[in-house]
Design a protein around this ligand. Sequence first.
Ligand SMILES: Cc1cc2nc3c(=O)[nH]c(=O)nc-3n(C[C@H](O)[C@H](O)[C@H](O)COP(=O)(O)OP(=O)(O)OC[C@H]3O[C@@H](n4cnc5c(N)ncnc54)[C@H](O)[C@@H]3O)c2cc1C
Length: 390
Amino acid sequence: MSERADAVVIGAGILGASVAHALTKLGFGDVSLLDKGAVCSGSTRYSAANVRQHYSNEVGIRLALRAVEMFERDEEELGGPSGFVRCGYMVMAPPGEERAIRDVVPLQRSLGVQTEILSPDEVAERYPELDVDGIALACLEPASGYADPVLTTRSLVDSARRRGLAVHEGRAVTGIERTGGRVTGVSTSAGAIATPVVVNAAGPWGDRIGRLAGIEYRLTFSREHEAQLELPSGFGEVPVTSDAAQRFYFRPHGPGRLLVGEGWPKEVEPDDPETYDPGTDDEHVRRMLEKLFRRVPGLRDRVRYLTGYSGMYDITDDWYPIVGAEPALEGYYTAFGGSGHCFKLGPPLGEALADVIAGREPAIDISPLRHSRFEEGDTFSSVWGPGNRA
Ligand SMILES: Cc1cc2nc3c(=O)[nH]c(=O)nc-3n(C[C@H](O)[C@H](O)[C@H](O)COP(=O)(O)OP(=O)(O)OC[C@H]3O[C@@H](n4cnc5c(N)ncnc54)[C@H](O)[C@@H]3O)c2cc1C
């Protein structure tokens, strides 16, 4: 007998896992989650998983607020542990870029974000490990932090599985079946599945899946590097810190460890998500460490390099994801284009898209993320310029 499902979600990264989790929570019927590899084997696996609320527009801020609520109550909202650590998030602006903070903090506060503007002296007083040279202004969100991307994705999938989700690892989607203007199923490396609903949550492979459905997306791919370091004993507290002056970030990575990554704007490092090298190299690590030692001078010669790796960003033309129905193909939905900042937004986006699929009105209006915004010229821009500090 041929296989059938009420919905097929393609891709078991944070976005696909979140959509599948939310659909099963709504009791949508038989939902299948397919991944060509294992659960969380794509870009989510390499995510820094910083969970901040510093966004510069209403939809971003509302989604990020909901994200913090979901991570804070992970067992209930995400179906299990997420490893969320509420250590705070701070972004620091160089002279000339203070407006990026001053202009958006009032909007963030009006929507409910707790965020405090700090002078360089106040930063130094609160975090004595930091050298504030080259910093003009900062803002700090005490409720933000970071999570564990693999643990979070697995929790979402495992809890959905308990509600009946069928999970197919090692099963690649090879075709999208359509009749007239509507989806009728998918073909896969292990046979076809008839379904009226297909969600393309294939992350950096989303454009390839789109082509199978006859839908074109513009994506840029960039390889992004990170390193984990062992800290000297007695090192003080730091929040997740985005250093816009030097364009890099760092954050605690569990007890005695620090994670460092490169930030935007910078040059794209183009590569193919299918064939790129997920390791890193000496040059990237040296560059990140130099920036870290300038900002945290007490760490020079006192950290031990543990490991480094790289993940792919799937970047849309305006650095915001594409999420929603595709009017040209009934039953087909898009949920990718995370552009380097959609780990945290995955769960609230999954929740909102599941509502759209089920014909309910989502609590957060995600229509600004529709694919057609590009041809309509109704795109996003960030106070920080092009990049994932959106
Ligand atoms: C280095 C790095 C640091 C980051 N830091 C942060 C951060 O601090 N905070 C934040 O919010 N975001 C961050 N991000 C961004 C965030 O991690 C991504 O936006 C998000 O994880 C993307 O998830 P996804 O589910 O769209 O894609 P993926 O996790 O890549 O999942 C897509 C899945 O689709 C599967 N797939 C592909 N083709 C097929 C097929 N034909 N059939 C079946 N399955 C298929 C793949 O195997 C993969 O598992 C970071 C990203 C990187 C790379």
